[in-house]
Design a protein around this ligand. Sequence first.
Ligand SMILES: Cc1cc2nc3c(=O)[nH]c(=O)nc-3n(C[C@H](O)[C@H](O)[C@H](O)COP(=O)(O)OP(=O)(O)OC[C@H]3O[C@@H](n4cnc5c(N)ncnc54)[C@H](O)[C@@H]3O)c2cc1C
Length: 325
Amino acid sequence: MEFQNELTKRGLYYPPDPGSMAVSTMGGNVAENAGGPRAFKYGVTRDYLLGLEVVLASGEVLRTGGKTLFTGCFTNYFAGDVGQAVVNVLKKLRLEIEIPAAEDCCGIAAILSGEGDLPLKNVQQNISTLSRARVDAVLVDCATCGAAFRKEYIDLLKRKGLDSTQAEILKGKTQDVMEYVAERIHELPLRKDYTSEKIRVTYHDPCHLVRAQGVSSAPRKILQALPQVEYVEMEEANACCGGGGTFQFDFPEIAKGITEKKIKRIRETGARVVATGCPGCRVTIGGNMDEQDRIAVLHPLQLLDGALTGKGLDKFPFAGTGRLC
Ligand SMILES: Cc1cc2nc3c(=O)[nH]c(=O)nc-3n(C[C@H](O)[C@H](O)[C@H](O)COP(=O)(O)OP(=O)(O)OC[C@H]3O[C@@H](n4cnc5c(N)ncnc54)[C@H](O)[C@@H]3O)c2cc1C
């Protein structure tokens, strides 16, 4: 009843109405899949459940339902190692995730290149797949796709005079996967023996995470929680890496100067690993480093996965070795 009252205040409506509503709890309603007379028209509790957090008898926490992982094109086609690390970490958090077959390229390359109506098919497909009522969170492992869902889709639809209501819903559901993990980092059994020595790590803030989505503390929280990591902040960590989507192809000389400054900042820290949550930044930074730098460019969850599985740092390639970053 308290729940119903609270929803009414917010102009919302929750259909299940067991006769015991005044005394029963949400936990009991879920366990019994309760319903009342309104079930004939609107269904029972099960029809309104997006997900559950279950504490098992062993004390373990299981999370199920409603969470979708959006794997961007970069993860799918170039950086399977990042995608695998993300899935490994989410599994360790006992999160059951869905990767919908109907998810499409986020279309941001076309959006930011001003390509007219070209991206609209992708935008509308993703909005309809990911804003469904049964999806309660869309976790994204690419800064750029996240920026598309939280900002660019809405801007694009408004520019075209189209309805952006569903895009706003998608925005509300979208979370960078690092935000989700950072909140739960204390639940993970981190190993100390994944590397024999302390690793100095720094973090580069991708524009699409820090400016478009306001995400900067979550990746740092993850990195600082890792055993054996000596976290050092670089100067101007949130300055662009020079990639800027297609900017680096349109203005290569200017982009090169920006990238050189970023690499100088990274070198100054003496870090062995530069972590970043954007695949584009990984390629721009890693592709412009020398093998002699002996610096690996990784997604923070790759390091975290290493600390969970014991995978040593020697398994990660250094930038400039010809392999992806
Ligand atoms: C007068 C009356 C009218 C009713 N009318 C209806 C009706 O119209 N429709 C209908 O479907 N049912 C009805 N019921 C049955 C009952 O109200 C429902 O099953 C209700 O969902 C039970 O909720 P509860 O909070 O009272 O749970 P409880 O009876 O306290 O518990 C039910 C089960 O759920 C488990 N449980 C409770 N909380 C949690 C939790 N947080 N996590 C895990 N497990 C939990 C308990 O261990 C127990 O096994 C009625 C019952 C009464 C007494």
